[in-house]
Design a protein around this ligand. Structure first.
Ligand code: SAH
Ligand code: SF4
Ligand code: F3S
Length: 474
């Protein structure tokens, strides 16, 4: 789920200049209020976790700031999925080191998947880091911060079999007040051979459905109109009450959340092709407010490679799931993919099979990567990373090129039709235009007129660019 995009706030020249003047106001010192600056990398789960962290630290007297130089504590929530994700974090830490040199009392902590992967090593490698905390240890942050205040370096990378942070009400960061993420499970029990997530996030566990429902209801009452249920493999959501033996699967949970209010849109990510059931598909179909959009990572179109990846499905299985989606929804369901180019031993023939799978499906969009060997994964132990980098990159380009073509086809199909759009904010280009998404997760931009963020509108789409549909409210 590296598909949300990284947020990165570089130090502006003004911020750097301000580093000379510690900017903790008198009031804040009197009140003893401490300032937290938190930055998230990687997938939506990390963004959701940062909101849990902010909530835990709020109880500990911290308020959040978006200005680095104001912060007493900087936390970087990191991703380890590919080598370049880790490099980005390392570069960022070097920049932050400048801030710390000018304000030595400022503490820097590393959270998330890289913290889990590198553990103690982080403190040795990155000298300016004071704190290393893995994804299941955030409740321990107040205690760890006390140790840091006492001049120690603090580490907790314990992985839990139970922790779901179910009782913590996330503090919504950078929120548009319209859409929010809700974590429904943690960890992953699959062992896709290329993937570091089982090592960084531990065993899979499902969160109590009542706490998920309460969180979604509370968001709706606060004016939110869309929730995205998050897990590495939402289709294996499987909760059982210890006391009553009550059971809930993902289809049941979707229904529970959809029933909160028809005006609350329900999205989810990520679905695993081996686990997505007909029951889930029919539940999506049954409720208008469960969006017709499925992110179904394929990873490859070659059954031989899929087997080496330990995805536990083959090309035929994947295409059968796509056929079922098309049988139930017709062309009325957005489908996206993740694809990896240049996995170990991949031949040109395997690569052609990936391209032909894309031709068979015509995905609406996709997230595409070249293979990056991750230390400690089954693939790193068993296989040689033998596809030369330039071949990986050239195959990735073929995949991206094909997707661009297919996204164009899918976007053109949306032109001349009316779409129900939930307004999420202003368009990137102008404050006179609003943007939102349709049911199928396509971004639509239209003139603002008197419409407001958080409203639903019907938009006639008149044209499209590569990534965006352009229309007018009718
Ligand atoms: N749980 C999701 C994916 C999580 S990781 C699923 O199973 O589909 C998000 C994406 O990153 C993956 O789908 C995969 O395409 C990509 N990815 C994961 N490990 C990778 C690696 N070692 N090299 C390149 N891409 C990788
Ligand atoms: Fe990684 Fe596979 Fe789990 Fe997805 S399902 S997080 S790719 S191990
Ligand atoms: Fe997500 Fe990256 Fe961790 S994709 S689960 S933050 S390794």
């Amino acid at each position: 789920m590296d598909n949300i995009g990284d947020t990165k706030k570089a130090l502006s020249p003004t911020e750097l200049a301000e580093l000379d003047v510690p900017k903790i106001s008198v009031n804040q010192e009197i009140l003893g209020s401490k300032k937290l600056y938190i930055e998230s990398y990687g997938c939506a789960m990390n963004f959701a976790d940062s909101e849990v962290v902010a909530s835990i630290l709020k109880e500990d007297g911290y308020s959040t700031t978006s200005v680095i130089t104001d912060a007493d504590l900087i936390l970087i929530n990191t991703c380890a999925i590919r080598d370049n994700a880790e490099q980005k974090v390392r570069n960022r830490l070097h920049t932050l080191n400048i801030a710390k040199k000018k304000k030595p009392k400022m503490k820097i902590g590393v959270l998330g998947c890289m913290a889990e992967r590198l553990k103690q090593k982080f403190l040795e490698e990155e000298k300016m880091v004071d704190l290393v905390v893995g994804p299941d240890a955030y409740r321990d942050l107040p205690k760890l911060l006390e140790e840091v205040e006492d001049g120690y370096k603090a580490v907790n990378v314990f992985l839990s079999k139970e922790e779901t942070y179910a009782d913590i009400s996330p503090l919504r960061l950078d929120s548009n007040g319209v859409s929010a993420f809700i974590s429904i499970m943690r960890g992953c029990n699959n062992m896709c051979s290329f993937c570091v997530v089982p090592l960084t996030r531990g065993r899979e566990r499902s969160r109590d459905p009542f706490s998920i429902e309460n969180e979604a209801r509370d968001l709706f009452e606060k004016g939110y109109r869309e929730v995205t249920l998050l897990g590495q493999n939402v289709d294996s959501y499987n909760w059982t009450s210890g006391e009553t033996e009550q059971k809930e699967n993902f289809a049941n949970l979707l229904e529970r959340i959809a029933l909160i209010n028809p005006e609350l849109r329900v999205r989810f990510s990520t679905s695993h092709p081996k686990d997505i059931t007909d029951e889930v598909l029919y539940t999506i179909k049954k409720y208008d407010n469960i969006c017709n959009y499925i992110h179904l990572p394929a990873q490859s179109g070659s059954s031989r490679i899929l087997e080496m990846m330990n995805r536990t499905y083959d090309r035929e299985w994947y295409l059968e799931r796509i056929s079922k989606i098309k049988e139930i929804f017709g062309e009325d369901c957005g489908i996206s993919h993740d694809m990896i180019a240049g996995f170990c031993t991949e031949t040109d023939e395997d690569h052609q099979m990936t391209l032909s799978l894309m031709d068979e499906v015509i995905f609406d969009f996709g997230y595409m990567f070249y293979y990056s060997e991750r230390p400690g994964t089954p693939a790193a132990k068993k296989y040689k990373d033998d596809v030369p980098e330039e071949v990986k990159k050239s195959r990735l380009n073929d995949i991206i090129e094909k997707q661009r073509e297919h996204s164009g086809i899918r976007n053109n199909e949306a032109v001349g039709k009316i779409h129900r759009v939930l307004i999420e904010g202003y368009s990137r280009k102008s404050n006179e235009e609003l943007r939102g998404r349709n049911d199928q997760n396509k971004v639509i931009v239209f003139p603002k007129e008197n419409h407001k963020i958080g409203e639903y509108v019907n938009v006639m789409v008149n044209s499209c660019s590569t990534g965006t549909l352009i229309g007018t409210v009718i």
